[in-house]
Design a protein around this ligand. Structure first.
Ligand code: ADP
Ligand code: MG
Length: 258
């Protein structure tokens, strides 16, 4: 579905943010991308979307960009449009008639659990409901590839859990390939087929890749915890912490010791 080869990108004249990034995403895969804050995860997604041009390397997408959906941490709903019209907007842009777009938008709002909320404006919805409108907006466009940048970071734990379970269901149903940036290791391990770790920047690249056994995902979705999960999460945590150096913390320890 997606292949990144030898990507190098720098902003302005600075040291490259990304250097030599190699990544392959198979069709139907659910991949999570984790890495230290500021290492270039969002930048990488922008490169895939064609919003940022790499100085070196190639992005090969097997689908046209209009079949790529995006879901971000902050929802991009228009405050002056109600839920129905927010979802319908993308369909109208794709050329659907007003009537058909409204009907489709209502069907999608219903399937994300928001039947009866069609006329509400974003400020009249909870954070979780707004996120559901955003999801309906993206899914209505029937993407083949879905890119998500910490999509559930602003939600509380319970809403987040339900949202993720539903999302997994929709993604499987529509056979959508997913690349999700997350900082939550447990979440990454419980939803993904593959977890990819980026090294610290500058010159961040893919440091390691981990295959997650399908049996583990199944048990998590049933509400259980697979014994392997803790081991994989601990391993990722270990790898991630070797990437993150916190000079101010080391400094403080030294000062305290002095
Ligand atoms: P992440 O999403 O992993 O937290 P980002 O991709 O947002 O990281 O940022 C990676 C690095 O690039 C950071 O050091 C950030 O300050 C820098 N950066 C991001 N966007 C820009 C920009 N538009 N211009 C210059 N530097 C940027
Ligand atoms: Mg980011």
């Amino acid at each position: 579905m997606l292949a990144l080869s030898d990507l190098t990108l720098s902003y302005n004249e600075e040291a490259p943010v990304l250097q030599g990034v190699q990544l392959a995403l198979r069709s139907g895969q659910f991949m999570s991308l984790i890495g230290p804050s500021g290492c270039g995860k969002s930048t990488l997604l922008r490169v895939i979307m064609g919003l940022q041009k790499p100085q070196q390397g190639r992005v090969q997408l097997q689908v046209p960009l209009d079949e790529v959906g995006f879901l971000f941490q902050d929802d991009a709903l228009l405050p002056w449009r109600n839920a129905r019209d927010n979802v319908a907007l993308g369909l109208r842009i794709q050329g659907m008639s007003r009537r058909q777009a409204r009907l489709q938008a209502e069907a999608w709002l219903q399937s994300v659990g928001l039947a009866g909320f069609e006329d509400r404006y974003p400020q009249q919805l909870s954070g979780g409901q707004r996120k559901r409108v955003s999801i309906a907006q993206v899914l209505a466009l029937q993407p083949k590839l879905l890119l998500m940048d910490e999509p559930f970071a602003s939600l509380d734990a319970i809403v987040r859990r339900y949202m993720i379970e539903d999302l997994l269901h929709w993604v499987a149903q529509d056979e959508i390939t997913v690349l999700m940036v997350t900082h939550d290791l447990n979440e990454a391990v419980s939803v993904s087929d593959r977890v990819v770790l980026m090294s610290n920047g500058p010159r961040a690249c893919i440091k390691s890749e981990h295959e997650i056994p399908a049996v583990m995902r199944a048990s998590l979705l049933e509400g259980g915890v697979h014994p392997e999960q803790a081991r994989i999460v601990a391993h990722l945590w270990q790898e991630l912490s070797t990437e993150i150096q916190l000079p101010h913390r080391q400094q403080r320890t030294i000062t305290e010791a002095a």
